[in-house]
Design a protein around this ligand. Structure first.
Ligand code: F6R
Length: 262
């Protein structure tokens, strides 16, 4: 895992955006895996700036989002489809038909078939080239809560009370946070060719320390990223503050040869 720690969340988000821009310029048909929540907001702002000011072209890009709340329609202000429209899609030239966010309105026995189709669509698109991830304060990625199988595929999951509480700021009323979601599985995420894990703020420090330096365990689903060959962690100082080897990671990054830069 390449661990990149900078003082400022803007700067570290801009670095992730720069790597995404490099990928999209080299492969205009790139397939991006996208996340929602507060973490990727600065990254999406920078992608929008790169599109508007530097002509970064998303016209042939395909995207797949990690997850969606069950029960929320696309036009619900807290739905992840709405989040993506407002914070990224409507500001760039991505083709609407190439953006995929799981539907929150599939129900009952249809969910398993719908999830299998979501997986098939990822395969048909050629697989995910670069997956953006945030991390839950409990170590979840996507909405794969602690105890999720590390081989899991896209499916319905039940949120923990802690995750529901973490997500109350996006809802008018804490009781409105749904209990159920559709999420890509840990196994699905691990098939992405490159992964950017972003983490900001001291609320994420324990989860980051466990994920990067702790044992690989389903109790911290993000810890499985240690098994992936191309993961980059983009963290600010508070999120990285509990990493035992943070001085080493800083030295490696500060002394990175120019040919490896993006
Ligand atoms: C969102 C997602 C979640 C969030 C995580 C962190 O699509 O899959 O794993 O990345 O809950 O949320 P924030 O960024 O709001 O702290």
């Amino acid at each position: 895992m390449e661990v990149i720690i900078l003082n400022d969340p803007e700067a570290v988000s801009a670095l992730s955006a720069r790597r995404i821009a490099q990928l999209v310029r080299a492969k205009p048909t790139a397939v991006l895996g996208l996340a929602t929540g507060s973490t990727p907001l600065r990254l999406y702002k920078e992608l929008i700036r790169l599109h508007q000011e530097e002509g970064l072209d998303f016209s042939e890009v395909t995207s797949f989002n990690l997850d969606e709340y069950i029960g929320l329609a696309a036009d619900h202000a807290a739905s992840y489809r709405y989040f993506m429209q407002e914070n990224l899609f409507r500001h760039i030239n991505i083709a609407p038909e190439r953006t995929h966010v799981p539907s929150g309105l599939v129900a009952g026995p249809d969910i398993a078939r719908y999830c299998a189709e979501y997986e098939e669509a990822i395969v048909r698109a050629g697989g995910i080239d670069l997956q953006i991830l945030g991390i839950g304060s409990d170590g979840h990625i996507g909405f794969n809560e602690p105890s999720s199988s590390l081989a899991s595929r896209t499916r319905i999951k039940t949120l923990t009370q802690r995750t529901r509480e973490d997500n109350t700021p996006f809802f008018d009323n804490p009781d409105d946070v749904p209990h159920h979601v559709i999420t890509m599985g840990v196994g699905t995420i691990m098939e992405a060719r490159e992964i950017h894990l972003l983490a900001f703020g001291d609320k994420k420090a324990d989860a980051i320390a466990d994920a990067v330096e702790g044992p690989i365990t389903a109790n911290v689903p993000a810890s499985v990223l240690q098994m992936h060959p191309t993961v980059r962690l983009f963290a600010d100082e508070p999120a990285a503050s509990k990493l035992a080897r943070r001085d080493y990671y800083r030295w490696v990054y500060d002394n990175k040869p120019a040919w490896q830069a993006f």
